[in-house]
Ligand binder design. Structure first.
Ligand code: ZN
Length: 428
């Protein structure tokens, strides 16, 4: 329990630094850090953390070590080569509990620029909203981690325990950045990731798999189409078969407490499709990229096996596919979900900090999308708290985050650090 006078000082200090925090968040949004293009922003973050006096480490993906881990995403030619950056705060006296504050810098592609009101990497502020690709997911949270520590320093305090500020990549595609910090050996007593969770704590989270299906057929002129096999048509039939699998997996929500009341907890996304070469030629090829989710407790390998079985069973019955079996490749996320066990002292501390900042109790929710928190929950086996601001249209057009929410969430994080790690005077 924090001293009420200290609580007010911390909240005021976050407020005092908030204009600077917003400007820093805008700087982060200006980096078009899509997959594979996170080198520049990671350099910028390395310099920023080092200027704060943190001990620094920067390291590459260890492909072999990742390849041996069951939760690693599968490598493809689009896998990022950007480094992972960790800033380490070491206290004078290690009296509190250690903490990982994690955030990712990679963002999903903005899509057609003309769908955006403002250019996607131009962080315009209108009223309470900061617009821009990655502002919500999750550069506002990335900045909040840093500025929560800054708020303590402004009033002459620092955590009385080791804090690791982790800046990772590959969160939107494999989760290998977070997993790499684990393989590198980083451990703490709890982890906090301020993803835009709408001011709620993630209680349960699905796992995610990515896979690509390629169909090949015999090309011919459309006038003799009956003799040719249309690869795009065949891919459509396969999508239909996978929709049936999706329906089956949704039926399996029965008896799962965080999922059975959701209308459609498992989503199969047909994310990308390409194929064919010419309007008057029957297409010889079609490639489709899929993303599907799995319930916590379902292992990725058995889900992958079921997907392969579905595709091969359907193909055996299909006139064309039976002779041209589609190729299936898992090419990204191969991640299991997790549940945050209630009753941990970390959750208690976050709940109290949230109540002090917001004046309302902390709510929890199921999240139907991949979260890096799974690495800390499943493999470090520590309380992994995914909690962050209100935002809209993450991955969509006009992605935006509420600045009022970011400010109060930053207060929550600063208060949580003070409780969980304890505080000591900075060396002056
Ligand atoms: Zn995110």
């Amino acid at each position: 329990m924090l001293d009420p006078a200290l609580v007010e000082k911390i909240k005021a200090s976050v407020k005092a630094g908030f204009a600077e925090q917003v400007a820093y968040t805008q700087e982060l949004v200006r980096f078009p850090s899509t997959r594979g293009d996170e080198h520049a922003i990671q350099d910028f973050i390395f310099q920023t953390f080092r200027a704060r006096g943190l001990a620094m480490e920067r390291f590459e993906m260890d492909r072999e070590a990742l390849g041996r881990h069951p939760g690693a995403g599968r490598f493809s030619e689009t896998h990022s080569t950007a480094p992972i950056v960790v800033g380490i705060h070491r206290p004078r006296a290690e009296v509190g509990r250690s903490l990982i504050l994690q955030a990712h810098v990679d963002v999903v592609p903005p899509g057609p620029a003309d769908m955006w009101t403002h250019p996607p990497f131009d962080p315009v502020i209108e009223g309470d909203w900061l617009f821009g690709r990655g502002g919500c997911d999750m550069k506002a949270g990335h900045a909040a981690n840093l500025y929560a520590l800054d708020a303590l320093r402004r009033i002459g305090l620092q955590p009385a325990a080791t804090v690791y500020l982790q800046s990772v990549v590959e969160e939107e595609s494999t989760g290998n950045g977070a997993l790499m910090t684990h393989l590198r050996g980083y451990r703490a007593d709890a982890a906090l990731i301020p993803e835009p969770q709408g001011e709620r704590l993630a209680r349960a989270n699905v796992g995610v798999l990515w896979f690509q299906v390629e169909v090949r057929g015999h090309p011919t002129h459309v006038s003799t189409m009956g003799a040719g096999a249309n690869a795009i048509d065949a891919a459509y039939r396969l999508i239909g078969a996978l929709r049936l699998l999706e329906a089956q997996w949704n039926e399996r929500k029965a008896g799962r407490p965080h999922f059975e009341n959701e209308v459609h907890p498992i989503n199969l996304n047909v994310g990308k499709i390409e194929g064919g070469d010419w309007a008057s030629s029957v297409p010889a090829w079609c490639r489709v990229d899929f993303r599907i989710s799995i319930y916590p407790g379902v292992d990725a390998a058995s889900a992958a096996h079921e997907i392969e079985q579905t595709i091969s069973a359907f193909s055996r019955e299909d006139g064309f596919l039976a002779n041209n079996p589609p190729r299936v490749a898992f090419n990204g996320f191969f991640a299991e979900g997790y549940e945050l066990a209630p009753g941990s002292d970390a959750e208690r501390a976050l709940g109290e900090a949230h109540a002090l900042a917001f004046g309302a109790p902390l709510k929890t929710a199921m999240t139907p999308a991949y979260l890096d928190a799974r690495v800390y929950a499943l493999y470090d086996k520590i309380p992994a708290l995914c909690y962050g601001p209100v935002g809209h249209d993450a991955h969509g057009y006009d992605e935006r985050v509420s600045l009022a929410s970011v400010e109060t969430v930053t207060q929550t994080i600063a208060l949580f650090i003070s409780d969980w790690c304890g505080v000591e005077a900075t060396i002056s």
